[in-house]
Design a protein around this ligand. Structure first.
Ligand SMILES: C[S@@+](CC[C@H](N)C(=O)[O-])C[C@H]1O[C@@H](n2cnc3c(N)ncnc32)[C@H](O)[C@@H]1O
Length: 206
């Protein structure tokens, strides 16, 4: 399903903006990875990758299949002054155009729900992960207060928003993602779920 880049960007800027710095801090707390190469898969306008680049020394690759999203991301990279450390890359998560073992940290928020073959995507993500590398893939809104704030605003725009959220990160979804990870031959993973979202952490042993 194609996402309208301009419409999504408006929501990201007007509603989701406060969640990205909070999620970036949570990613550091969970992974401890602050340097090396980071791949933000399905980056959209690059909001999360940029929030993480601002507080780390990571070399960031903002990766998306949509040229329109990457055009927006390039504008935000320019505004951030982080051009030396943040690049864009166009491609599909099912065939990531990067070498084996070249990424230390993979992040991805709000994108996996759109991947046609999640097991294949997880295999690709694992392939590009360096020994000692980790992932934070999923969807969420940071904390309860931020979720409440986003929910209030999103329900005004789309009364079906909560149903859609449940379909993507609701209680029954963890078992589905576990099955897909196992299908991909990945054993060292955790699925962390609470009312604010669901995150898949994969570790590649050193
Ligand atoms: C809902 S947006 C999320 C954007 C951003 N990560 C955020 O949290 O605001 C989902 C993004 O995933 C991208 N996407 C969907 N399927 C993809 C695929 N197969 N490969 C790469 N990117 C994909 C879309 O183009 C879109 O930019």
């Amino acid at each position: 399903m194609e996402i309208n880049a301009v419409e999504f960007d408006k929501i990201a800027r007007e509603v989701f903006a406060p969640i990205y710095p909070v999620i970036a801090e949570q990613i550091i707390a969970r992974t401890g990875i602050k340097s090396g190469c980071c791949l933000d898969i399905g980056c959209g306008g690059g909001y999360l990758g940029l929030a993480l680049a601002r507080i780390t020394e990571l070399e960031m690759i903002l990766f998306d299949e949509s040229p329109e999203m990457l055009d927006l991301a390039r504008g935000y990279i320019h505004d951030s002054g982080l051009e030396a450390r943040v690049k864009t890359l166009q491609g599909d998560v099912h065939a990531i155009p990067l070498a084996d073992g070249s990424v230390n940290l993979t992040i991805s928020r709000g994108s996996l729900f759109f991947w046609e073959d999640q097991a294949r995507a997880f295999r690709e993500i694992y392939r590009v992960l360096a020994p000692g590398g980790m992932t934070c893939i999923g969807g969420g809104f940071g904390n309860k207060e931020l979720l409440k704030q986003v929910e209030k605003e999103m329900l005004l725009r789309d009364p079906d928003w909560n149903n859609l959220r449940q379909q993507r990160v609701g209680k029954s979804k963890a078992a589905d993602y576990k099955a897909k990870l196992e299908q991909a031959g990945i054993n060292d993973f955790e699925i962390n779920q609470d009312e604010t979202g669901l995150w898949i952490m994969i570790r590649r042993s050193a």
